[in-house]
Ligand binder design. Structure first.
Ligand SMILES: [Zn+2]
Length: 124
C-alpha cells in the first residue's frame, strides 16, 4: 500500500491510498486524474437552487437534480414550470426564508446568487 497525491479533473489535490501491483496503481492513478474529486462528485449530485426576481417577488428555483426530490417539493408548495423545466417556489419573505432553511437543513446546495440572498435575508 502507498499514498499518492492526485489532482482531480476539477483541479483539487487530494490523497489516495492504493493497493495492488505497480501497474494497477499506475492505471488507477491515470484514471483518477480524469475524474473530479469525491467532494466535487458529491456536490454535483446534490440538488441545487437559485433565486430569481420577477417584479418585487423573489422566486426560488430548483436548477439541478430536483427530479428526485419532486414529491418533497410538491408537498411543500413548489410548482413545476414546464416552460423552464424547473421547480419554483413563490412566497412572501417569511415563506421563502422557511424554504431556504429547509433546503440548507437537507444539505442541498445554493448557487452564488442564492447564497448572497440568504446572507442579506439573515442580516435583515
Ligand atoms: Zn474537486
Amino acid at each position: 500500500m502507498a499514498k499518492y497525491q492526485v489532482k482531480g479533473s476539477c483541479g483539487h489535490d487530494y490523497e489516495v491510498r492504493l493497493f495492488g501491483s505497480y501497474d494497477d496503481r499506475r492505471k488507477r492513478l491515470e484514471w483518477l486524474a480524469t475524474q473530479p474529486c469525491a467532494e466535487c462528485r458529491r456536490a454535483a449530485q446534490q440538488p441545487e437552487f437559485s433565486i430569481t426576481f420577477e417584479g418585487d417577488a423573489a422566486i426560488l428555483v430548483g436548477v439541478r437534480r430536483c427530479f428526485e426530490i419532486k414529491e418533497q417539493l410538491k408537498n411543500r408548495g413548489w410548482r413545476f414550470d414546464g416552460a423552464t423545466k424547473t421547480w419554483r417556489f413563490r412566497g412572501d419573505y417569511p415563506a421563502l426564508k422557511a424554504e431556504l432553511e429547509f433546503i440548507l437543513e437537507q444539505g442541498w446546495s445554493l448557487d452564488d446568487d442564492c447564497e448572497k440572498f440568504v446572507e442579506a435575508l439573515l442580516a435583515s
